[in-house]
Design a protein around this ligand. Structure first.
Ligand code: FES
Length: 99
């Protein structure tokens, strides 16, 4: 499966990870040691919501149930069910501590 870069913006800092196209973004970030807020891991609670600044993701046919139309219009995604399909830049992550 393809590998992509994942840049995370926050608090004036930037962190870059490598992501695999077959592992969801939340799992990738948590396995890298980031304390991303999450609960359901199933697109419902919205705790993991962040903004896709650049790039393409796939939900692999699953609807992002926790997102309202206005969230989607503003570029928000749910990384718990999202898979990279290009290099990505994410912002507005809900972290339990700053990155
Ligand atoms: S962890 Fe609940 S929507 Fe992502």
């Amino acid at each position: 499966m393809s590998q992509y870069s994942l840049s995370l913006l926050g608090d004036g800092s930037e962190l870059e990870l490598t992501v695999s196209g077959n592992i969801d973004l939340l799992t990738t970030m948590q396995e890298a040691g980031l304390s991303v807020r999450s609960s359901c891991r199933n697109s419902v609670c919205r705790l993991c919501k962040c903004r896709l600044v650049e790039g393409e993701i796939s939900y692999q046919g699953r609807p992002p149930c926790g997102l309202l139309d206005r969230h989607i219009a503003e570029g928000y995604i749910l990384p718990c069910i999202a898979f990279a399909r290009s290099d990505l830049i994410l912002d507005n992550l809900s972290l339990n501590k700053s990155i």
